[in-house]
Design a protein around this ligand. Structure first.
Ligand code: ADP
Ligand code: MG
Length: 416
């Protein structure tokens, strides 16, 4: 790798070293090669395209599924002096024109685009005029119906990029590793020949715990847990908007600095809640899964699932938002089998195969919740990885150790 790339890592991004595969990935993209990156949440995927975008001539297009996510990244880039913009439905006509002018003047290093904006004729015409460096497709699992956030617009990306500039290198990034999703993405992007960089999914700093969900007791336990983490940032996931409102209210009356977040709220309210959370003015966000994808708050100390998620994959993604700074994160789930049955019933109007697929995902989820084995082993196994030894850092491992210590005592007592 060229020295100036390394010095930009330090000078611009303030990092003294690359993490994991970052260096290889940056290098690969700089060589104009199609690149496929599978790296867990929090591992540092953004840098894999942000650094090359800064180094290369022209503008990199970054396709990103959520408006909140684009804003978050563009704000961060601007804060470190990188010229980045986004193009999405929140911009007025004159704002959009301004952004386009910046790009045409070759000032913009990164242009974040929602897939819905990319498909617009006027934007295709504009991008044909621009000098582009490469295309990054973030959260690429949105391409796959097997993924947890399927977005139909994502399936059109390849053909539109083909219209704009067929030979631009593409980097696709996702934290989703199940082989099925991976295949789907590569096929759709016609990237079977791309260089694959896949890293381990073990998040060693996350502690996994499952507790039984018992009506009022769980609410008390929830409040107690949060109070034990006073002043720390946390996310509570609930299944429905109604439940989100209810739990947020419960926390507030218990003097916890919490706010609700779901798709039913006004976008201005959602943006404010998210900003407050990022700026430490809000400790706890109670949310549906509408919150969190790609949100970069490094010091989230806990993620609690008050309701069971629809898949282990989703669970892994959501808990992955804890401990991004590498310090400890606590992942707690409240579980009862009735919630699995309830989720299955929600799917009753779906097509047969779709419902069957959803059921399989739910069964895996409940198997995780009910397992007595090391939870990390269980999760990694799901992603096709093997962990040789028990992790020692989940509720099941801790429990086992307690029993063993107890046994030791018994033996000693007998021997004495
Ligand atoms: P991902 O998209 O993979 O979930 P992000 O790109 O949001 O992860 O990065 C997660 C965190 O890691 C961010 O706070 C980012 O600043 C930090 N980070 C990324 N690369 C490095 C590095 N080389 N050294 C230190 N911190 C890094
Ligand atoms: Mg990301």
């Amino acid at each position: 790798m060229e020295e100036n790339v390394k010095s930009d890592l330090k000078k611009i991004f303030g990092f003294s070293q690359f993490r994991g595969n970052q260096e290889l990935i940056v290098d690969n993209l700089l060589k104009q090669r199609n690149t496929f990156v599978i790296m867990p949440t929090g591992a540092g995927k953004s840098l894999c395209y942000q650094l090359p975008a800064v180094v290369k001539e022209g503008t990199a297009i970054v396709i990103s599924p959520l408006i909140a996510l684009m804003k978050n990244q563009v704000d961060q880039l601007n804060a470190i002096g990188i010229n980045a913009h986004f193009l999405n439905s929140t911009l007025t006509k004159s704002e959009a024109t301004k952004v386009k002018n910046e790009v045409l003047k070759k000032r913009t290093k990164l242009l974040y685009v929602a897939p819905e904006s990319l498909t617009k004729e006027e934007n295709i015409a504009f991008l044909k005029e621009a000098q582009l460096s490469f295309v990054a497709i973030d959260e690429a699992h949105c391409i796959s119906e097997w993924g947890h956030d399927f977005r139909p617009e994502y399936r059109k990306i390849k053909s539109i990029v083909g219209q704009i500039a067929p030979h631009l290198p593409i980097i696709a990034l996702t934290a989703t590793a199940t082989p099925k999703v991976q295949q789907d993405i590569q096929r759709n992007l016609q990237m079977e020949e791309a260089d694959l960089f896949k890293s381990s999914f073990n998040r060693t700093n996350l502690f996994y715990e499952v507790r039984p969900k018992v009506k009022n007791e769980s609410k008390k336990a929830l409040i107690k847990f949060i109070k034990q983490h006073k002043g720390k940032s946390g996310i509570i996931y609930c299944l429905s908007r109604k439940k989100v409102e209810e739990i947020a209210e419960l926390l507030k009356v218990n003097q916890i600095n919490a706010a609700p977040y779901h798709a039913g709220l006004d976008s201005s309210v959602r943006i404010k809640t998210q900003d407050d959370f990022l700026n430490e003015e809000l400790d706890v966000i109670v949310a549906t899964i509408a919150f969190g994808m790609g949100i970069d708050k490094p010091d989230v100390r806990y993620v609690i699932h008050y309701d069971v998620p629809k898949s282990l994959e989703g669970y892994y993604q959501e808990t992955g938002r804890a401990g991004r700074d590498g310090l400890e994160g606590h992942c707690l789930m409240f579980y009862r089998y009735e919630d699995i049955i309830k989720l299955d019933k929600f799917n009753k109007d779906k097509a047969v195969t779709e419902r069957e697929n959803a059921k399989i995902l739910l069964q895996e989820m409940s198997a995780y919740a009910e397992t007595g084995v090391c939870r990390r082993k269980f999760i990694l196994n799901y992603f096709g990885e093997t962990l040789e030894e028990d992790c020692g850092f989940c509720d099941n491992c801790k429990r086992e150790r307690v029993t063993f210590e107890g046994m030791d005592d018994v033996t000693t007592a007998l021997e004495a």
